[in-house]
Design a protein around this ligand. Structure first.
Ligand SMILES: NC(=O)c1ccc[n+]([C@@H]2O[C@H](COP(=O)([O-])OP(=O)(O)OC[C@H]3O[C@@H](n4cnc5c(N)ncnc54)[C@H](OP(=O)(O)O)[C@@H]3O)[C@@H](O)[C@H]2O)c1
Length: 335
């Protein structure tokens, strides 16, 4: 059996283009003692991938030149040299952008396909789902009766934030790009309103459109995008608001020019706080979040939406969709 890999060829400036990657047909890797060979069935494409391509320290080290691109994935065990795993077991973990992954057995987690297909374990039941749950309830401390605003509300994390906040009795206003995404956010995910930020471009128009939907101010802002949208929402905070910094995708392709919100003193005026988080810090408690999400999927009160693309060699063209808004739901590649 042969492997197909996507390796980092050179560090990009701006949007990663095809020259960033080298795609190669290679011999299948051989598992060493304690390792497992996994056939990758689904690869998670995440906005954070852009940050991993930059040199320098972040919350995890960058991907090295020549290394297989880092990615979460889900698949089937083909061969195991770890007694915990048998051929045929279904697993997820850091499998990379490739068809066959050789990984330490201790780094894999079992997944149950009777609960959800491979791609959903990378979406609402995976890192995006955990991010939505812990960001909203632990960092944002969202409570019944409060107004929650979430950006990239049609996305993997944002779409679940909308649904969880509604389940817990909040008024929810999404922000997303385009009428089709806004319909998804209100009609499918159940938000009370959704602002199309492309139709209200610029700080003033965006603020005005949002203000009409949050008459009592914003208690929790779940921020996935940063930039001007963050600044607009920060001008509408309620007393003791919580601004959850989950991500800032608007700046991921131009890190050097990211600017903070000029109106940050609204935190002082409103006795509000702003807090960032990394979901991995909650790993020991993922079961709490999964219990609610599995239940919601089973009774139909939570909708999962994935955008599944095919072909490992399409990775260079599919990854940029995250930064142009071309994905509808959790972006997954089937190798
Ligand atoms: N803190 C953590 O531990 C953690 C963990 C996982 C993910 N995250 C963060 O969560 C956020 C969402 O990730 P995801 O996986 O759910 O991705 P996603 O929302 O499914 O996809 C990315 C979306 O971002 C929006 N976007 C791109 N450029 C934008 C811009 N300039 N302005 C406004 N919106 C823009 C696009 O939607 P529109 O079409 O609506 O513009 C795009 O579809 C990211 O910031 C990611 O880094 C954080």
């Amino acid at each position: 059996m042969r492997n197909l890999t996507v390796r980092l060829a050179r560090r990009p400036t701006g949007m990663p283009g095809p020259e960033t990657w080298s795609i190669a047909d290679e011999p299948a890797p051989e598992p060493a003692e304690g390792e497992v060979l996994v056939e990758v069935k689904a690869i998670s494409l995440d906005p954070a991938m852009r940050g991993w391509l930059n040199e320098g320290k972040s919350y995890i080290p960058p991907v090295g030149i020549g290394e297989v691109m880092r990615a979460s994935g889900a698949g089937v065990v083909l061969h195991s040299r770890d007694p915990r795993w048998q051929p045929g077991d279904t697993v997820m973990g850091g499998l990379g952008v490739q068809r066959l992954a050789c990984v330490r057995g201790q780094d894999l987690e079992a997944i149950d396909l009777a609960i959800a297909p491979f791609e959903r374990w990378l979406g609402v039941l995976g890192i995006p789902g955990m991010t939505a749950w812990f960001g909203l309830f632990e960092v944002g401390a969202a409570k019944e009766g409060e107004t929650v605003v979430v950006s990239s509300a049609a996305g993997a994390v944002g779409g679940l934030v909308v649904q969880l906040a509604k389940r817990h009795g909040c008024r929810v206003v999404g922000i997303a790009g385009g009428p089709q995404k806004c319909r998804l956010v209100t009609e499918t995910f159940g938000a009370d309103a959704c602002i199309d930020y492309r139709a209200h471009a610029g700080l003033g128009p965006l603020r005005q459109a949002l203000a009409a939907e949050v008459p009592g101010g914003v208690h929790v802002y779940f921020d996935n995008v940063g930039g001007e949208i963050l600044e607009a929402v920060m001008s509408l905070l309620a007393r003791r608001a919580r601004v959850v910094i989950c991500g800032a995708i608007s700046g991921y392709n131009d890190f050097a020019n990211i600017r903070g919100p000029r109106n940050y003193l609204n935190l002082l005026i409103q006795r509000a706080r702003m807090e960032g988080f990394v979901v991995f810090d909650y790993a020991a408690r993922y079961g709490e979040a999964r219990a609610e999400i599995v239940k919601g999927l089973a009774d139909g009160s939570i909708t999962a939406r994935e955008d599944v693309r095919d072909g490992l060699d399409s990775f260079p063209d599919v990854l940029p969709l995250l930064y142009t808004g071309g994905n509808f739901g959790k972006l997954v590649l089937r190798p």
